[in-house]
Write a protein that binds this ligand. Structure first.
Ligand SMILES: Nc1ncnc2c1ncn2[C@@H]1O[C@H](COP(=O)(O)OP(=O)(O)O)[C@@H](O)[C@H]1O
Ligand SMILES: [Mg+2]
Length: 143
């Protein structure tokens, strides 16, 4: 499913719709250039699941954790590997222990910097910008 959004709010609305399909244990790769809307999308998911604090880009922290409560889901892990210099640095993050935990949903920006160490995602969402139109390609959403 390909959708075009024209504002940050529209992207967050789409993210909120996507958030309602999550059960826990999903790993989602967010692909696309800087500024294409990946972080905005995760912000929309976190807000939809009840996280009220501001969601900041994990560009420097690499991993942000947002405690939430929706069904079995207790936390969102928001990962940004843009600044990862070497895939071996992933070991220190001990992400494998949290990937696919049934109470956790993991969103990963720049997953390609992990050189395949993270395995395959449950979903990949693809972001791009053409002029002022942000295009988002999502899997068909389960209901
Ligand atoms: N339709 C839109 N969807 C998402 N972001 C948008 C949109 N229109 C404008 N923007 C702006 O584009 C930027 C997207 O940044 P961000 O979500 O941090 O991207 P990324 O994480 O992919 O680098 C933000 O400054 C946001 O306000
Ligand atoms: Mg980002």
């Amino acid at each position: 499913m390909s959708t075009t959004t024209h504002s940050e709010q529209e992207t967050k609305n789409l993210a909120a719709e996507f958030a309602r399909t999550l059960h826990g244990g999903e790993v989602i790769f967010l692909e696309g250039d800087l500024g294409s809307g990946k972080t905005t999308f995760v912000r929309g998911v976190a807000e939809a699941l009840g996280f009220v604090e501001p969601v900041r880009s994990p560009t420097f922290t690499i991993v942000n954790r947002y405690p939430v409560t929706q069904g079995a889901i207790r936390q969102i892990l928001h990962v940004d590997l843009y600044r990862l210099k070497d895939p071996s640095e992933l070991t220190a993050l001990a992400l494998e222990e949290e990937l696919r935990r049934p109470d956790t949903v993991v969103f990963i920006e720049w997953a390609d910097h992990a050189d395949g160490l993270l395995g395959s995602p449950t979903y990949a969402i693809i972001f791009s910008v053409h002029d002022l139109e942000h295009q988002i390609i999502l899997p068909l959403l389960p209901r």
